[in-house]
Design a protein around this ligand. Structure first.
Ligand code: PBG
Length: 323
């Protein structure tokens, strides 16, 4: 045998020398849930170790992440049911919880990279990502709401706007609104290939944002489709996206790889709530080794081609020095 691949695995030094992919703090984006009130920190029951923070505690959490070298945050609001309506007007009200949170983080920590979620569902009395009429999700009417939301985020100091709604044409629409208002420097990280997945359950618990009727299959993609992701990616790129995201992550590594090979834009992967819950449940049962399972998952996203990884594991891997 001339080729013995095991020679390159014979010691830790050589294994590290030939290691093809690495994960570092710079690749990680930490999703954070926000709730109204003072000194609130309540755990999401289906996501052990993940909390909803009031703005005062959010600032403490961001500070402790920054000290660990974790500098990018994606914020998601838990909105009081009484503030929700058909048009998600709370999403662009100047004194809303979400806009106050963005301003507070950017004021205290200008160096933090704040990514904001653009979608109606946390603010919608229907629990959908678009305006509902006669049981249907209206596309073009929803774009107007998304535009107002994105502009409010930009005005509050967002570094990157991340539309997660899956309406057609929203990247171009938002890009236009931002540019017309002088926010040419605000980036767009588009949820390009976002699937109608069973793995968002714990997130919807965290925000109390589950759809009040039906499902999201007329706008989120069919999990059985790969090539359709190319259509979404091509459109988002043409409309001005700076990053293309694939979501969920682990069951869709093929889609990450496909997009990586078909665009020069950086790819982001969302290691979603259900993936986190699944890993944590197995660890709690003593069925998986925590450090090894989590670092293997994150490494797999990098290997598939993701530059950025949105993950609820972001803080713990740095706290425990697992990277
Ligand atoms: C909604 C949104 C969802 C997630 C991020 N933005 C849920 C959904 O589409 O219903 C899920 C994230 C996760 O599960 O971690 N616009």
């Amino acid at each position: 045998m001339l080729q013995r691949p095991r020679r390159n695995r014979k010691s830790e030094v050589i294994r590290q020398m030939v290691q093809e992919t690495h994960v570092s703090a710079a690749n990680l984006i930490f999703p954070l849930f926000i709730v109204e009130g003072d000194n609130q920190k309540t755990e999401v029951s289906s996501m052990p170790g993940i909390f909803r923070y009031s703005i005062d505690n959010l600032l403490r959490e961001v500070e402790s992440c920054l000290n660990l070298g974790l500098k990018s945050f994606d914020l998601f609001p838990n909105i009081d049911e009484a503030l929700k309506d058909k048009y998600a007007t709370e999403s662009h009200r100047d004194e809303s919880l979400y806009l106050r949170a963005i301003r507070a983080v950017k004021k205290e920590f200008p160096e933090a990279c704040v990514i904001t979620d653009v979608a109606m569902d946390p603010y919608s009395s229907d629990g959908h990502d678009g305006i509902v009429e006669n049981g249907e999700i209206l596309n073009d009417e929803t774009l107007e709401v998304l535009g107002k939301m994105a502009l409010a985020h930009a005005r509050s100091g967002a570094d990157i706007i991340a539309p997660s709604d899956m309406m057609d044409g929203r990247v171009g629409y938002i890009r236009n609104v931002l540019d017309e208002n002088g926010f040419t420097g605000v980036s767009i990280m588009s949820y390009s290939a976002k699937y109608a997945s069973a793995f968002y359950g714990p997130f919807r618990d965290a925000l109390n944002s589950a759809p009040k009727f039906g499902d999201k299959k007329t706008y989120q993609m069919n999990p059985a489709n790969q090539r359709e992701a190319l259509i979404e990616a091509r459109l988002d790129e043409a409309e001005g996206a700076d990053f293309l995201m694939v979501k969920p992550g682990l069951p869709y590594l093929d889609v990450i790889k496909l997009l990586k090979d078909s665009t020069e834009l950086p790819i982001a992967a969302y290691n979603v709530s259900g993936e986190y819950a699944m890993i944590k449940a197995a660890i709690r049962n003593g069925w998986l080794n925590e450090q090894r399972a989590i670092t293997e998952v994150l490494t797999s996203f990098r290997r598939a081609g993701a530059s950025a990884i949105l993950t609820y594991h972001a803080k713990e891997v740095l706290e425990n020095k697992w990277l």
